[in-house]
Write a protein that binds this ligand. Structure first.
Ligand code: SF4
Ligand code: SF4
Ligand code: SF4
Length: 317
């Protein structure tokens, strides 16, 4: 159900912003030191900051869909990115006979990396960037008080192309992994991971100036890879062009700075590598002209036709 009031971006108080700023710096420093400079599980301590802010987000979120989303994000973060790797020491195989720490979906050449490519193709980039990546957890919690700093203009929309350079680095590394996994890290992997991790941790320090999804918008290689697979696959946001009144409330709530109203008028759908499927535009549209589409709907209809063949209900995809 649409609810235009959710278009109001939060205007957090000064104290909250100061606490969030300190937490952003702490989070980036702790994770950078323990996961990049000197690997040690002590880096998981930074998760406490996200959990603290995550609980605040759940408590204060007005939009029921976003509340469910934040609960899901936080639960998946604690389960997949903290409890399972820490408590069970689960490992994932990587090309060349190496092993990575579960879930390793951002480890180029791991089994879960390839599986995720298929999942994104079916259900869209939202399965990582909107609902699961530890980055979205950080940006929707300690980064959230600065969400209203997100630039939405033609210049920033053009900056999205920068992440194609990151994607090129990723693909070069992947090719080396496939050709000779033993030497791939020295030939391309080190440059790739240095580029990604330095950019990733620095981006947290810039959030107060550039909004919470800065890295996701312009530099993340997975944003580009998942985005390309999303567009090539089934995921999109459908729109009834004739119902759109051009109010642009959808654009006000989009953290990726997507010119949604323009795309609705031009293409009748949002099918761009940028969309991370948060659903805010769908909820806020006063005309209810937007709706998700992915392989999920096709699978539901298949299930209904197989197991309830006499049912007259067709679930929209
Ligand atoms: S764009 Fe990159 S950093 Fe952002 S949520 Fe997606 S995978 Fe994580
Ligand atoms: S899709 Fe059209 S009607 Fe709906 S919020 Fe966007 S501009 Fe307004
Ligand atoms: S287009 Fe809609 S669903 Fe996609 S990122 Fe923007 S607000 Fe979220």
């Amino acid at each position: 159900m649409s609810h235009p009031d959710y278009a109001e971006l939060p205007s957090p108080g000064k104290l909250l912003k100061i606490v969030a700023l300190v937490c952003l710096v702490l989070f980036a420093a702790v994770e950078f030191y323990f996961f990049k400079v000197h690997y040690n599980p002590a880096g998981y301590a930074a998760a406490a900051l996200l959990i603290f802010f995550g609980l605040w987000r759940i408590d204060t979120e007005k939009d029921p869909f976003q509340k469910v989303r934040i609960i899901t994000i936080l639960s998946l973060f604690v389960l997949l990115w903290c409890i399972i790797p820490l408590a069970f020491g689960l490992k994932v195989p990587i090309l060349g006979g190496q092993w990575g720490t579960f879930p390793a979906i951002h480890t180029v050449g791991s089994v879960t990396f390839f599986i995720y490519m298929g999942i994104v193709f079916l259900f869209g980039k939202r399965v990582d960037c909107g609902w699961c990546c530890p980055c979205v957890t950080a940006r929707e919690t300690i980064g959230y008080p600065f969400r209203n700093r997100t630039p939405k203009n033609a210049f920033w929309w053009k900056l999205r192309y920068l992440k194609l350079l990151s994607l090129a680095l990723l693909l070069i590394y992947l090719v080396f992994m496939i050709i000779d996994a033993g030497t791939a890290y020295d030939r391309a992997g080190k440059i790739y991971y240095d580029f990604v991790t330095y950019g990733y941790y620095s981006s947290f320090l810039l959030i107060p100036l550039t909004g919470n999804r800065n890295f996701c918008r312009i530099l993340c290689p997975y944003a580009a890879l998942w985005g390309v697979l999303s567009v090539a696959g089934f995921y999109r946001i459908r729109a009834h062009q004739e119902g759109c009144i051009g109010c642009r409330k959808c654009e006000e709530v989009c953290d990726m700075g997507i010119p949604i109203a323009t795309l609705v008028k031009k293409n009748g759908q949002i099918r761009t590598i940028e969309c991370m499927g948060c659903g805010r535009c769908v909820t806020v549209c006063p005309q209810q002209v937007l709706s998700f589409y992915s392989a999920a709907g096709i699978l539901k209809n298949l299930f209904v036709s197989l197991f309830k063949p006499h049912s007259r209900t067709t679930i929209p995809p």
